[in-house]
Design a protein around this ligand. Structure first.
Ligand code: SAH
Length: 366
């Protein structure tokens, strides 16, 4: 017997019964952002007690360096009197709190800032409100980047893009077929493929992937958000995107489910588990450049943070810390910048897209 305990699973089964199998992207969208049952609308999933832990939750150093990056970029922009500091998916607000605290040393930056937080989750909005309380910066919330008023902006996004839905296609003898979620003969949610091939799909692929072998899988995200970021960054703006993913375009599937800090089956308990997939940084950069912005990087998170001075910052913090605390700082430094399995230094990348009038941005020096 199939487990139909999750209300979202019942809704998904109903949709499939009415309209037929749904693309993986639609399944992912429902699982994450369904207005009632979506994972990101119901839960505070981040942190040691949640499902996953992110860089700003590992150490204050991450947010501090991002804050100094933003302030330096603001200076490079000519220190505009008003700057929209936009964060996409701020989680618990930890990165922004650390960022603003650190950036106070840059004269004039904080008074110029109006914060615009793009967030869907009402619980996280409340967490952000509390976290940023007392920082003396005006804060506004929005459901989407498109709702943030135009004007000079700096956009920050850590582990946001990986939560946006991906499509998957599988190569067959007669072309590429989109992967869909269907009901198996046993009555379970299962992965299938659409009957008809995607028209002209091969021609849209990067050249080096057009000869892919049968059964190969290709993943892609709609480029709406990358184009929106690029359009904003192009005119007196800059964006910093940090996430896990790849810099060369490739084949293979990366959709993964995480619950309670371990991997889970993406088709089990829809709405109750986190679904993410690797970010294709090349695709992001290209879409932003198509809108007239200039891409910087991607570089690995380890290189980015080292160039911004994380090692020096760790040494300073350690100088005033008790031995246990100092060991924690070392551990965090390794986790954020290391290259061994389980660390983020190489798996995670940083990409900036900016107004082409801006020169090399901090952290992206050759
Ligand atoms: N940046 C934070 C949180 C990462 S988790 C950190 O590093 O800790 C992803 C964040 O994006 C959450 O705040 C989630 O609620 C938000 N989010 C996910 N999908 C979204 C969407 N489509 N629109 C707006 N916010 C979204």
């Amino acid at each position: 017997m199939a487990d139909e305990s999750s209300p979202l699973e019942q809704e998904i089964r109903r949709l499939i019964a009415v309209a037929g199998p749904m693309p993986v992207a639609e399944y992912m969208r429902l699982c994450l952002t369904h207005p009632q049952y979506g994972y990101y609308l119901r839960r505070d999933a981040i942190g040691a007690a949640g499902d996953f832990i992110t860089a700003p939750e590992i150490s204050q150093m991450f947010g501090e360096l991002v804050g100094l990056w933003a302030a330096a970029v603001w200076q490079q922009m000519g220190a505009p009197e008003n700057i929209r500091l936009i964060e996409l998916g701020p989680g618990r607000g930890t990165m922004m709190r650390d960022a603003l605290r650190a950036a106070k040393i840059v004269k004039g930056f904080q008074p110029a800032v109006v914060l615009h937080l793009v967030e869907l989750n009402p619980k996280l909005k409340e967490a952000q409100r509390q976290m940023l309380d007392g920082l003396e910066v005006p804060v506004m919330w929005h459901a989407a980047l498109a709702d943030v008023p135009a004007g000079p902006s700096i956009i920050l996004a850590n582990e946001f893009i990986d939560a946006l839905p991906i499509h998957q296609a599988v190569k067959r003898a007669n072309g590429w077929h989109e992967r869909v979620i269907e009901i198996s003969p046993q009555g379970d949610l299962a992965i299938g493929v659409a009957t008809d091939p995607l028209p002209h799909f091969n021609a849209t692929l990067p050249r080096e992937l057009r000869q892919a072998a049968e059964h190969s899988v290709f993943e892609w995200r709609p480029d709406t958000i990358a184009m929106e970021i690029g359009r904003r960054a192009r005119d007196e703006g800059a964006a910093l995107i940090i996430d896990y993913g790849h810099t060369a375009r490739g084949l293979g599937e990366t959709l993964q489910a995480v619950a309670g800090h371990s991997f889970a089956n993406p088709l089990r308990t829809p709405g109750g588990i986190d679904l993410t997939a690797h970010v294709d940084f090349m695709a992001l950069a290209q879409s932003a450049e198509m809108m007239g912005a200039r891409a910087h990087g991607p570089v690995t998170q380890g290189d980015f943070l080292r160039r911004l001075g994380i090692e020096k910052r760790a040494a300073t913090l350690k100088a005033n810390a008790a031995p246990a605390k100092a060991a924690e700082i070392d551990h965090a430094l390794t986790r954020l910048t290391g290259t061994s399995p389980g660390t983020m230094g190489e798996l995670f990348k940083a990409l900036a897209v900016a107004d082409p009038k801006l020169d090399t941005l901090p952290g992206f020096e050759a």
